[in-house]
Design a protein around this ligand. Structure first.
Ligand SMILES: Cc1cc2nc3c(=O)[nH]c(=O)nc-3n(C[C@H](O)[C@H](O)[C@H](O)COP(=O)(O)OP(=O)(O)OC[C@H]3O[C@@H](n4cnc5c(N)ncnc54)[C@H](O)[C@@H]3O)c2cc1C
Length: 203
């Protein structure tokens, strides 16, 4: 796709109501959708050349628009789920734009347990490591193998393995060091075949 084609996907003064779960009815100057890393880079560079701020958005369930956004909302919709298997585990390489709950269902329907406690958490896969989403005794760090991050200013892709992600309670390195000009483009998960259910304790 030519850069001109990508730029025509942007629409001036478009409503973000459908793009945030609070359904705040305000506008962004431009909205653009990236289906691959080339799109992400091209849209990022074009907005930078216009000196526009950029808001990278997944499912819009952890943002609150207080006012109209005088910049480009960049929707990460890089999709795809690849599964590799070895004797001990299934390894899933998942595009950042995949819907989180869809991933949980995809895995369970194919007999790969491990994500079930995280069912129905809203948002996209690329956002999940940022706050290390969790529920019922499981957090993303339990099943994360790596996170692929694109340095948008230099076009360089970096793979951070789980131990480098500095996961904590609703925290990770992506809230601190790898932010602003970095986009998560894929997440790797490892689901052990020796599965044990993690059951919430009832007190
Ligand atoms: C009803 C409800 C229930 C929830 N339940 C839970 C729960 O049980 N457990 C839990 O942990 N959380 C929960 N959350 C919080 C929410 O689900 C998570 O924070 C989720 O990861 C947000 O995903 P999102 O794609 O909607 O992120 P967005 O709101 O789109 O983005 C959040 C932040 O991440 C940045 N971002 C998004 N995508 C990328 C990317 N690819 N690369 C770099 N930065 C990016 C955005 O710029 C923004 O700063 C809940 C939220 C709601 C509304």
């Amino acid at each position: 796709m030519m850069i001109e084609d990508r730029l025509t996907m942007m629409m001036d003064g478009m409503s973000v109501k459908q793009l945030n779960t609070f359904a705040i009815d305000t506008t962004a100057q431009q909205i653009a959708t990236a289906h691959n890393e080339d799109d992400l880079m091209a849209i990022w560079q074009a907005a930078k050349e216009r000196l526009q701020p950029i808001l990278l958005l997944g499912g819009g369930s952890n943002v609150l628009f207080l006012d109209s956004f005088a910049g480009t909302v960049l929707l990460n919709r890089i999709n795809g789920i690849e599964v590799h298997e070895d004797t001990d585990a299934w390894h899933l390489h998942v595009g950042a734009g995949e819907d989180w709950h869809h991933l949980v269902c995809f895995a369970l329907e194919r007999g790969m347990p491990g994500l079930e406690n995280l069912a129905l958490i809203p948002g996209r896969v690329g956002s999940a490591p940022i706050q290390n989403i969790g529920a019922y005794g499981i957090e993303v760090e339990t099943v994360c193998e790596y996170v692929d991050v694109l340095d948008m200013d230099h076009g360089k892709k970096i793979r951070l393995f789980k131990d480098e992600c500095r996961f904590g309670y609703r925290d990770s390195i992506f809230k601190h060091h790898y932010r602003d000009s970095y986009a998560i483009v894929a997440v790797g998960f490892v689901l052990a075949k020796t599965w044990q259910p993690v059951l919430p304790t009832v007190t």
